[in-house]
Design a protein around this ligand. Structure first.
Ligand code: ITT
Length: 197
């Protein structure tokens, strides 16, 4: 079956293609270059649905969209849905993570806990909709490290690593990230809902 992926973020496209290939190789994921809808929801689910509905309407295909971000506990869950624009109206990943590090400059471990969150929306041609959520707990580094990934990856240290050799996601390979990420976790919850496609 074909499914359209409603994202304009090339990093997300790459990650989804790898995650889908590993779990549902029969699905053909096609990109979406239609108009970008206004993401004015205040929850990840609302924004994921806005994007998936627009792509489904535009293509007539089942559509998937991811809305995601980093939720920092000591900031009450911010940047959250504002992660892409945290430092202003331009999507500037470096400015975003530098601002976040500044905001946390007085916060020491163990208070630097955060989670990556991904909500995936599925909108089918018959109009039925589902959303699933994946969370990836960790904490924020005090300085960026690593060339890999995108967005906040260079400052995010996932839980569950050997304490003597902790790395940021920026230092992980794509394979490592796609096996464990918030996006991979959300997709795992979505798999049963894709059976009918
Ligand atoms: P689309 O709306 O076109 O999908 P986008 O990048 O604008 O692309 P979002 O509105 O969902 O997507 O913003 C997500 C932001 O959250 C993204 O720009 C990053 O700053 C951050 N983010 C999400 N997933 C991430 C990940 O896996 N690693 C690092 N940062 C991530």
């Amino acid at each position: 079956a074909r499914i359209v992926l409603a994202t304009h973020n090339p990093h997300k496209v790459e990650e989804f293609q790898a995650i889908v290939a590993a779990t549902r190789p029969d699905l053909e994921v096609v990109g979406y270059d239609g108009p970008e809808p206004v993401e004015d929801g205040v929850t990840f689910a609302a924004n994921a649905l806005i994007k998936a509905r627009a792509a489904a309407a535009h293509t007539g295909l089942p559509a998937l969209a991811d809305d995601s971000g980093v939720a920092v506990d000591v900031l009450g869950g911010s940047p959250g849905v504002f992660s892409a624009y945290w430092a202003g109206h331009k999507k500037d990943a470096t400015a975003n993570l530098e601002l976040l590090l500044d905001q946390l400059s007085d916060v020491a471990d163990p208070h630097r806990t955060a989670q990556f969150v991904s909500v995936i929306a599925l909108v089918r041609p018959d109009g039925t909709e589902d959303t699933v959520e994946g969370r990836w707990p960790g904490r924020l580094a005090t300085a960026p490290a690593g060339p890999g990934g995108f967005g906040y990856d260079p400052i995010f240290i996932p839980d569950g690593q050997d304490a003597t050799a902790e790395r940021t996601v920026g230092e992980w390979s794509a394979e490592e990230k796609n096996a464990e990420s918030h996006r991979a976790r959300a997709f795992r919850s979505l798999v049963p809902l894709l059976r009918t496609l």
